[in-house]
Design a protein around this ligand. Structure first.
Ligand code: PEP
Ligand code: MN
Length: 337
């Protein structure tokens, strides 16, 4: 069951609902969205229908939700949520571009990347500083120094920032520098990390796990939401299949599916989904046509020299062309880019 309350409800009205739920044996998870206050009631010790919640001051509706995810369900959101990251708004009319290198490698590289993606209309600079690499011998990232130079480059070009966190320590460091934290595919079910990100309250980009079902992915988002964090953006980045020509298989059907199940914005990462530069453009256009609210694209000033994921990274010229092509598709589906 979720209880939807008017966003302007005074504190005592919200507390009265929470107290009523708790005194009837329910756990109450409060989440303050931009448009409404939602309280998720979890428990099976009482009957919600006999509690008279609907008539309490500030209560708009009390809706039973049979799905395992509650706070992130479409019923709880009242339409599409918009997540604000710096000056960018993900989930509104505009398609947001989150772009930049796989990893921050040097001051020169991240400034060049920031300049290029800004010139093509990106709103958010991406760059990994704590890299979850498959091999322990691969470049692991510049850590705090990388985040420091990325945040300075972003400031210079008027961009917001997103970076991946891989554990509680990297989360603490990242929160000092970036506007949004990313939970990578490999950590999608790191439940303690999800809860910590939920408590931190920072906007979060939650990638789909390598072989996660849509329900598992939404339950991971629910872990973040139950800690009170409403700023969740989902990212489809391809799943493991038998296909070997591509790095992963982009599940584009997940975009309209998730949007029908959840109020959360959805972005697509065509770079990790395909692993191939030549497929990034076509899959980006398809993602926007399918209803994606944004794209996470790897862009490197010189992909040949990239320390990480060069074969799937666009150069600035390729990204600029893609950003232009997107405008036509966005317009065709009633969006702007
Ligand atoms: C990344 O975005 O750099 C990354 C490692 O992605 P994923 O978690 O989707 O593999
Ligand atoms: Mn990468």
């Amino acid at each position: 069951m979720i209880i939807v309350m008017d966003v302007n409800s005074p504190e005592e009205n919200v507390n009265a609902v929470v107290d009523k739920l708790e005194s009837n044996g329910f756990q109450a998870h409060l989440i303050r969205g931009v448009k409404r206050i939602v309280i998720g009631a979890v428990g099976d010790r009482g009957s919600l229908s006999s509690m008279g919640l609907e008539v309490m001051p500030g209560v708009v509706s009390a809706v039973p939700i049979m799905k395992p995810f509650k706070l992130v369900s479409r019923e709880a959101g009242g339409g599409n949520s918009v997540v604000k990251v710096g000056n960018a708004e993900i989930g509104g009319r505009e398609i947001v571009l989150l772009a930049g290198p796989c990893a921050v490698e040097s001051e020169e590289q991240i400034y060049a990347a920031a300049k290029a993606v800004k010139a093509s209309g990106a709103g958010i600079l991406r760059g990994g500083a704590f890299k979850p690499r498959t091999s322990p011998y691969s470049f692991q990232g510049m850590e705090e120094e990388g985040l420091r130079i990325m945040s300075e480059a972003a400031k210079q070009y008027g961009l917001a920032t997103v970076t991946e966190v891989i554990d509680l320590q990297s989360l603490d460091v990242a929160l000092k520098y970036v506007d949004m934290v990313q939970i990578g595919a490999r950590n999608m079910q790191n439940f303690r990390l999800l809860q910590a990100v939920g408590r931190a309250g920072s906007p979060v980009l939650l990638k789909r796990g390598l072989s996660a079902t849509v329900e598992e992915w939404l339950m991971a988002a629910e872990y973040i939401a139950t800690e009170g964090n409403a700023g969740i953006v989902l990212c489809e980045r391809g799943i493991r299949t038998f296909e070997t020509y591509t790095r992963n298989t982009l599940d584009l059907s997940a975009v309209p599916l998730v949007k029908s199940l959840s109020h959360l914005p959805v972005v697509v990462d065509p770079s990790h989904a395909t692993g191939l530069r030549k497929l990034v453009g076509p899959m980006s256009l398809a993602a926007v046509a399918a209803g994606a609210d944004g794209l996470l694209v790897e862009v490197h000033p010189d992909p040949q020299k990239a320390l990480c994921d060069g074969p799937q990274s666009l150069n600035p010229g390729e990204f600029n062309k893609l950003a232009g092509d997107l405008k036509t598709v966005a317009a065709a589906v009633g969006r702007s880019a």
